[in-house]
Design a binder for this molecule. Structure first.
Ligand SMILES: Cc1ncc(C[n+]2csc(CCOP(=O)(O)OP(=O)(O)O)c2C)c(N)n1
Length: 541
C-alpha cells in the first residue's frame, strides 16, 4: 500500500493518508505513554511536510503541546513543495527561515556584541534592553514556534545525514516540545524527479535507466476530472463572478489552465479544506459564484463548514467532488465512499451525480445558476458517453433511458454504462430491464423513481458510494414514506466496511459494481420475483 498501514508494518502506527494529523497523534501517544506505567521514557516524534504544515489542526496540536509542555519532537521536512509549490504566508515565513542559515555566523556575532552592551540605569536601561531583545528576536529564527512553546532548531540540511544525526541526538534530551526544521530537496537523488517535482509527486508508471526516465506509461484517455475542469474553464469565461478554490490539489484537479488564465479568480488555500469552504461562503455572500473543487475524501475535513457556513446560510457554493467512489491503489484513506450520504442530509443542498461525460457541463452550468448550494460528484476514471440525446438538466429530474417490463436498474452516477451493458446482457436471456439515470440524489425525482418501484417487478439501485445513507437508501426512504413496499428493491453499492487498495476495476468487481455483479443482482431479483404481480398502490400520504 502506498500509505502507512499497520497491517503491513509495525512501524506504521496509523493508517493515514490525509495530511496534517501527525503532531496531534504524536502528542496523544506521548501523553498516553506518560500515563502508562513504565512507558514514560518513550520518545514521540512527528514528521510533517511543509505542504501539510499550514493545516489548521497543526496549530491546534502545537498550541496544546506548548501548554502541556510534553517532551516531543516535530520534524518539519521543508522541501518548498506541497504537490505544487507551496503557497501562503507561512510558506514565505519558512522561506525566510531557510535564509537564516546563511547568516548563522553573522547572527551569533551580532548577538555576542549586543550581549556586551553595558546596561545603564533606568529608563535608558529599559529602552536599551527592549532594543536589544527585539534585535535578537529578529535575528533568531522560529519565533512563531517559540511563542507557541516549542524550541525551534534549524534549519538543518536534511541530506547531510551525519549532521542530521547530530541534531537528532542533541534534541533528544530537550525537556519540552521541539521543532526541528529540516531542509530537503523534493526528488533529491533522481535527477528527473528533482527537475520536475510536481509531475514526480505521483507519476504514472515509468521505466528508468540510471538517472533518466526511459518511458512513461501515460494514459491518453480523458478523465472526468478533465471534463469538470473544462466545464469550469468555459463557464469562468462567460461569467466573471465565477471563482474556484482548490486545497493544494491544482494538479490533481487539473486546474493549471484555469490558474494561468484566471489568476485573480483561482485560489489555492493550501491543505486547508475547512478554511477553503468557509472562504467560499464569504465570497458567495459577497455576490460571487465560488466553486470548491476538492476530492470527496478530503472534503470530509470541512464537514462543519459545509453545514454551517454554506448550507445553513443557503449560499450558492458549488462543490465539485472529484475522486468520488473507489479510487484504486490509494486505498481506504482515499476512497470517496461517503459523500452521497454526508451531503444529502443537509437541508438546502442539491446533490447531483452525472451519468456520463455529457451530464458534466450541464450540471456545472445548472449549479452556477441555482440559488442554493449544489454538489456534483464524479469518480477517478475515464469518461464514458451513453448513446442518447441527453435530456436537459432539470432540478430533481431523473433521465429515463428505457422502461423495462421485467425490472429496472436505477443508476446513480457514472456506472450508467455498466448498467446499460448489464441490461443488454439480460436482454439476451429474455429479461427486459429498464435503465434510469438518476442524476439527482437530492431532491430525488420521486415521481419517476417511485413509479419504477411501484410498477416494476424489481428495482436494482447502483451507486459507487456507501450503501448506508446513500442513494438507494434515499429511494427506499422515499418509497417507505409513500407507503410503497420496497421488498423488491435491491441496493448495490459499497458495503459497510473499508475497501482495500487495488485497481479500481478489481475493487468495483469485488463489491458487485461491475457488469457481471449488476447482472447477477438483477438475475437474483428476477428469480425471487418471478410471477410477481405488483400490488395495487396503497394510499400515498
Ligand atoms: C487533507 C489532505 N488534503 C490533500 C491531500 C493531498 N496531498 C497529498 S500529498 C500533498 C502534498 C504534501 O506536501 P508535503 O506535506 O510538503 O509533503 P511532500 O510530498 O512535499 O514531502 C497533498 C496536497 C492530502 N493527502 N490530505
Amino acid at each position: 500500500m502506498g500509505y502507512p498501514n499497520p497491517a503491513e508494518s509495525e512501524y506504521d502506527l496509523f493508517m493515514t493518508g490525509h495530511a496534517g494529523c501527525s503532531v496531534s497523534t504524536a502528542l496523544g501517544l506521548k501523553s498516553g505513554d506518560d500515563l502508562m506505567p513504565g512507558e514514560e521514557g518513550r520518545h514521540s516524534v512527528a514528521v510533517i511536510g511543509d505542504g501539510a504544515f499550514p493545516s489548521g489542526i497543526v496549530y491546534e496540536a502545537m498550541n496544546n503541546a506548548g501548554g502541556l509542555k510534553k517532551k516531543m519532537l516535530v520534524v518539519l521536512n521543508d522541501n518548498k513543495m506541497s504537490i505544487c509549490p507551496r503557497v501562503g504566508g507561512l510558506a514565505e515565513y519558512l522561506d525566510r527561515l531557510r535564509m537564516t542559515s546563511f547568516y548563522t555566523g553573522l547572527k551569533s556575532e551580532v548577538v555576542k556584541v549586543l550581549e556586551r552592551v553595558p546596561i545603564l540605569g533606568d529608563p535608558v536601561e529599559k529602552l536599551l534592553w527592549q532594543v536589544k531583545e527585539s534585535v535578537k528576536a529578529g535575528l533568531h529564527g522560529g519565533m512563531l514556534f517559540e511563542e507557541l512553546g516549542f524550541r525551534y532548531v534549524g534549519p538543518v540540511d536534511g541530506h547531510n545525514i551525519g549532521q542530521l544525526r547530530k541534531y537528532l541526538a542533541m534534541v533528544k534530551d530537550v525537556a519540552g516540545p521541539v521543532l526541528l526544521h529540516v531542509v530537503t530537496e523534493k526528488g533529491h537523488g533522481f535527477k528527473p524527479a528533482a527537475e520536475d517535482p510536481v509531475f514526480f509527486h505521483t507519476p504514472a508508471p515509468f521505466e528508468r535507466d540510471d538517472n533518466c526516465v526511459v518511458s512513461i506509461k501515460k494514459s491518453s484517455s480523458r478523465a472526468y476530472t478533465a471534463a469538470a475542469s473544462d466545464a469550469v474553464f468555459d463557464l469562468m469565461q462567460s461569467n466573471p463572478r465565477v471563482t474556484i478554490m482548490t486545497a493544494a490539489m491544482c494538479q490533481g484537479n487539473q486546474l493549471e489552465r484555469i490558474r494561468d488564465t484566471y489568476p485573480d479568480r483561482f485560489f489555492d488555500t493550501g491543505i486547508c479544506e475547512s478554511h477553503a469552504v468557509a472562504f467560499a461562503a464569504g465570497q458567495a455572500k459577497a455576490g460571487l459564484r465560488p466553486i470548491v473543487d476538492i476530492y470527496s475524501t478530503f472534503l470530509q475535513r470541512s464537514y462543519d463548514q459545509i453545514f454551517q457556513e454554506v448550507a445553513l446560510q443557503k449560499l450558492p457554493v458549488t462543490f465539485l467532488l472529484d475522486r468520488a467512489g473507489l479510487t484504486g491503489p490509494d486505498g481506504p484513506t482515499h476512497h470517496g465512499a461517503f459523500d452521497l450520504a454526508y451531503m444529502r442530509v443537509f437541508p438546502n443542498m442539491v446533490v447531483m451525480a452525472p451519468g456520463d461525460e455529457r451530464d458534466v457541463q450541464p450540471m456545472v452550468q445548472f449549479a452556477l445558476t441555482h440559488d442554493a448550494p449544489c454538489s456534483i460528484r464524479y469518480p477517478k476514471s475515464n469518461v464514458d458517453s451513453i448513446d442518447r440525446v441527453p435530456t436537459p438538466i432539470e432540478l430533481g429530474r431523473a433521465e429515463v433511458l428505457d422502461w423495462g417490463r421485467d425490472g429496472v436498474i436505477v443508476c446513480c452516477g457514472t456506472l450508467l454504462k455498466s448498467c446499460q451493458k448489464a441490461a443488454a446482457e439480460l436482454r439476451q436471456e429474455g429479461l427486459e430491464i429498464g435503465v434510469i439515470n438518476a442524476r439527482f440524489i437530492k431532491p430525488l425525482d420521486t415521481e419517476t423513481l417511485l413509479r419504477a418501484v411501484d410498477e416494476s417487478p424489481f428495482v436494482v439501485t447502483v451507486e459507487e458510494g456507501c450503501l448506508a445513507g446513500g442513494f438507494g437508501s434515499a429511494l427506499v426512504e422515499a418509497a417507505t414514506d409513500a407507503r410503497i413496499s420496497t421488498a423488491h428493491v435491491r441496493r448495490v453499492g459499497i458495503p459497510d466496511r473499508f475497501i482495500e487498495h487495488g485497481e479500481r476495476s478489481e475493487l468495483l468487481a469485488a463489491v458487485g459494481l461491475d457488469v457481471p455483479g449488476i447482472v447477477s443482482a438483477c438475475r437474483e431479483m428476477a428469480a425471487q420475483t418471478e410471477g410477481y404481480t405488483v400490488p395495487a398502490r396503497r394510499q400515498v400520504s
